[in-house]
Design a protein around this ligand. Structure first.
Ligand code: ZN
Length: 119
């Protein structure tokens, strides 16, 4: 089960965007792939990346071909490593660590700060 999912609110805890909050738009889950068979071997959950709305914007300078053409600057949202964000608890509004427990035979996440179920 994922610690952080799409549409969660997260807070960045390191880097230039430290302290900023945003919504998770995308969780990128890298797989280890066997080079020969191209088969997926296993996934390392600790290597997940998240794309957060409005955060970690990088400017990329793009060159255009041709003598009179001008280059342009495109903004891209770079993914953030999962260890650099913390989930913001919807109940207590704190950036918190996430725990897992079973409620009615379903595994749910809970806030380790206020002990409320998250989903
Ligand atoms: Zn909480």
């Amino acid at each position: 089960m994922q610690r952080i999912k799409k549409d969660d609110e997260v807070e960045v805890i390191s880097g230039n965007d430290r302290g900023e909050r945003g919504e998770v738009e995308d969780v990128i889950q890298p797989w280890y792939i066997d080079r020969k068979t191209k088969k997926r071997l296993y996934r390392d959950k600790n290597q997940d990346l998240v794309r957060v709305s409005g955060l970690n914007i990088r400017k990329k300078h793009k060159k255009k071909a041709g003598p009179n053409a001008q280059g342009e600057v495109v903004e891209i949202r770079a993914p953030i490593h999962i260890s650099n964000v913390m989930l913001v608890c919807p109940t207590c509004n704190e950036a918190t660590r996430v725990g897992f427990r079973e409620v009615d035979n379903k595994k749910v996440r809970f806030c380790k700060y206020c002990n409320a179920d998250i989903d």
